[in-house]
Write a protein that binds this ligand. Structure first.
Ligand code: NIG
Ligand code: FE
Length: 415
């Protein structure tokens, strides 16, 4: 699948640079090259820069004219729940009518309904549902995507969700990073006993997930009335001992200090953070924990947005992701997420691009290999239907991606 290609006629090449997360003020410093070229050999970027500086081409490289369009790195969607069965459209309208998300959850709706549907789905059905969402992601320019379990909760279905992601990563152009999120909700079998359920996750599921290398990350819905700080800590510490890197759904609905726990445990990322305290944000900046903001969820829940401006100004690395899931946010609209980042969270267009590419890669521990256009990285890049990256947020909610290259191979759109 690795391809070799030389792109000329690039109206503007825009990319963050670096092999790790860009933090605070560095998020705004993109490399922007007008009149650029890009050379990828065997799936890896060999050179990118002003066209006049182009090296001589090795044999067998296809030449493509970008026609004055902008080229940016492929998006890295670092937070998504894309393998699930069933729908919860009714809940969307209940929430629109004023019923809070957690009230629906407490009444036994919410995540548990998706769990029932996912438990009833076969592996093939889950693969098919996941493939369709990956196809959509690819058309929006996503070249690397995270996927979480957590709609099975029992051993068998959690493994089936993770296995579906493993099979999909073998056959779909989008690279998938799998996360075991057993503590996503307390299942019926453990009703009222979150600690006992966490014991089950730690003792029964985690060793198999880690042993079969089915997931790179572990995640927990660290939330008041779901998994509180101590259960979250126990799960995450066990996951770290089993060799998994850590993520948290933190301080989304109620401030309980999940962001501080993420910093303390040196989690790779803490996500949502709508209610996180400024002290905990500062602790995350110091710990190098990426702050992942999910504005499509805040929008869908009609909650105030995470304070991305304060996060960046505190020196955090901020990532921007979809949170695609059947409940709180049935959207994988990267275009709308970019527009909300600029319009509602006061991020600059440069910061938003960095958050959706390099810092997303950092939130998946992949910043050394994807997330920017520079020599040595995977040749995952997008040709936009626009002359500049500034058009991304400006065309609010509209897809500006014309062509998608994954490892130097055209995988979506025209040449
Ligand atoms: O990230 N908050 C918990 N998990 C998901 C929602 C899952 C669902 O409602 O199905 C989230 O928003
Ligand atoms: Fe989520």
């Amino acid at each position: 699948m690795a391809g070799s290609v030389f792109l000329h006629g690039i109206g503007e090449l825009a990319t963050p640079l670096g092999g790790s997360a860009r933090k605070g003020p560095d998020m705004g410093a993109l490399r922007v090259v007008p009149g650029a070229g890009l050379l990828a050999v065997d799936g890896i970027i060999r050179w990118a820069g002003p066209l006049g500086d182009a090296p001589s081409l090795p044999a067998g490289v296809a030449e493509i004219d970008a026609g004055g369009r902008a080229v940016i790195p492929g998006f890295v969607d670092s937070h998504a729940h894309f393998v699930f069965a069933g729908y919860r459209a009714d809940e969307f309208y209940w929430r629109a009518g004023g019923v809070p998300y957690m009230e629906i959850h407490a009444r036994g709706g919410g995540i548990r309904r998706s769990v029932d549907a996912t438990r009833s789905a076969t592996l093939e059905e889950l693969i098919d549902l996941g493939a369709r969402r990956l196809d959509t992601a690819l058309s929006l320019g996503v070249t690397t995507m995270e996927g979480k379990s957590g709609y099975g909760l029992d051993l068998e279905t959690e493994l089936r969700q993770l296995e579906a992601m493993r099979r999909l990563s073998e056959r779909h152009p989008v690279d998938i990073v799998a996360t075991y999120m057993g503590p996503h909700s307390v299942p019926q079998e453990f009703a009222g006993k979150p600690s006992a359920y966490v014991d089950f996750c730690i003792e029964t599921v985690l060793p198999i997930v880690a042993g079969r290398k089915l997931a790179r990350f572990a995640d927990v819905f660290c939330e008041k009335g779901v998994f509180e700080l101590e259960d979250s800590r126990r799960f995450l510490e066990a996951a770290a001992r089993a060799g998994l890197a850590l993520k948290l759904h933190a301080d989304e609905i109620v401030r309980i200090g999940g962001a501080g726990l993420a910093a303390e445990l040196k989690a790779t990322s803490a996500d949502h953070l709508l209610k996180a305290s400024i002290e905990d944000i500062a602790a995350m900046a110091a710990a190098g924990t990426v702050a992942t903001v999910l504005p499509l969820t805040a929008f869908s829940l009609r909650e105030p947005y995470a304070d991305a401006r304060a996060m960046i100004d505190s020196g955090c690395a901020v990532a921007l992701a979809s949170d695609l899931n059947p409940g709180s946010c049935y959207s994988q609209s990267i275009p709308l997420a970019l527009a909300l980042a600029v319009l509602q969270m006061r991020m600059s267009p440069e910061e938003a691009l960095c958050a959706a590419t390099l810092n997303g890669a950092a939130a998946l521990g992949l910043a050394d290999s994807v997330g920017s256009i520079e020599p040595g990285k995977k040749a995952d890049f997008l040709i936009l239907d626009a002359p500049s990256h500034l058009h991304l947020a400006y065309h609010v909610g509209m897809n500006q991606v014309r062509s998608v290259y994954k490892s130097g191979t055209l995988v979506h759109g025209p040449k």
